[in-house]
Design a protein around this ligand. Structure first.
Ligand code: NDP
Length: 327
């Protein structure tokens, strides 16, 4: 038996509870992992609260990521005792996920834990941090270097945002953090933001084009915020869009794209090809100042993941929540 959060369908709604689950119920897979840490991501909170149809199969263990030790394996790439991590691939959506003490998965989804990180640090970064790195890689791939100008990071005090601020500042970019929580300005400056702007500047319907300011952007918010970021991006700039914390809509015009050559780069962490994942984790090991992870993350127990989900969706959690599945 192992402990895990189980989301069960209850008529038209769903409910999440901490349960003792029999190993025999684990899904098919060639590697069994004894999970040490998972993390609470935005999507996990949607799944736990049932606010969005994230879960595609019931019953479901939520948790889009995990870090742990291989307990059994018939996959030649993974031996018993190996330290591994996993992000996405439908975990917590179509396949039982990380908010439990055990998982059985396809070995091809796993990544060997980079030696730079402990299991706990890997989940302090988690899917949000790995997605932040995918955004940084996309900016680089489109030629955005620190000399090109400022990078704006929206939803900066959240999980993706805080890791993006830390990464970009370490790489030498001038980072402007946009946040609805000005009380987190000192936290964001501690991560390396040169300036902190209030969310209100971005949140209302704006003009098709505004004063050119950003060479690049990491947007986790969507909706008017993303539209305004695009409208104020400089000629040839690049906006990476990875989130919908403010809404799924995109009330914009094509003006920034056809008049200023702005690129809108979509970022997906779930089905991201293996080579890009390995690159992202290698770059996290190289470019993330690990000493900042203590400020970015704090630990909770497995049962607290359920009670923390509504606050995360309400934008009240600073940085990242690491889930110690043993408590
Ligand atoms: P968090 O909840 O940790 O952070 C989101 C932040 O967005 C909040 O902290 C807040 O920042 C801001 N925010 C929240 N609500 C609103 C709102 N109504 N309007 C404007 N801003 C708001 O989530 P994550 O950082 O983990 O994830 C952010 C987004 O990225 C989510 O939509 C998530 O689904 C998506 N995501 C996508 C991935 C992908 O593969 N594409 C992978 C990982 C995440 P502040 O207080 O600073 O304004």
């Amino acid at each position: 038996m192992f402990k895990g959060i189980l989301i069960e369908k209850d008529g038209n709604s769903s409910s999440a509870t901490l349960k003792d689950i029999n190993d025999s119920l684990l899904p098919e897979g060639d590697v069994t992992v004894r999970i040490a840490y998972s993390s609470l991501n935005y999507k996990d909170s949607l799944a736990i609260t049932g606010k969005s149809p994230v879960v595609r199969r019931f019953p479901m263990i939520p948790g889009v990521d995990l870090a742990g030790t291989v307990e059994a394996s018939s996959n030649p790439d993974y031996q018993v005792g190996d330290s591994v991590l996993l992000n996405g691939w439908g975990l917590g959506e179509t396949h039982w996920g990380g908010l439990a003490q055990k998982a059985r998965i396809k070995g091809e989804w796993l990544v060997h834990l980079p030696s730079a990180f402990s299991l706990q640090q890997a989940m302090a970064i988690g899917t949000a941090g790995y997605t932040a790195m995918l955004c940084v890689l996309a900016l680089e791939q489109h030629g955005i270097t620190p000399d090109k100008g400022e990078i704006v990071v929206t939803g900066a005090a959240g999980g993706v945002g805080s890791v993006a601020v830390a990464l970009l500042s370490k790489l030498g970019y001038r980072v402007v953090a946009a946040s609805g929580r000005m009380e987190e300005a000192a936290f964001l400056k501690g991560l390396g933001a040169a300036e902190v702007l209030g969310r209100a500047e971005f949140a209302s319907p704006g003009k098709p084009l505004g004063k050119q300011r950003w060479a690049g952007a990491v947007d986790v918010v969507g909706s008017h915020v993303l539209a305004n970021v695009c409208a104020t991006t400089k000629y040839g700039g690049v906006v990476t869009a990875c989130g919908l914390a403010g809404g799924m809509d995109f009330p914009a015009t094509v003006a920034p794209f056809i008049l200023r050559g702005v690129t809108l780069a979509g970022i997906d962490s779930v089905m991201c090809p293996r080579s890009a994942r390995l690159e992202a984790w290698a770059r996290l090991a190289r470019d993330l100042d690990i000493s900042k992870l203590d400020a970015i993350s704090h630990g909770i127990g497995l049962s607290e993941a359920i009670s923390s989900a509504p606050s995360l969706l309400a934008g009240k959690v600073r940085g990242r929540l690491v889930v110690d599945v043993q408590r």
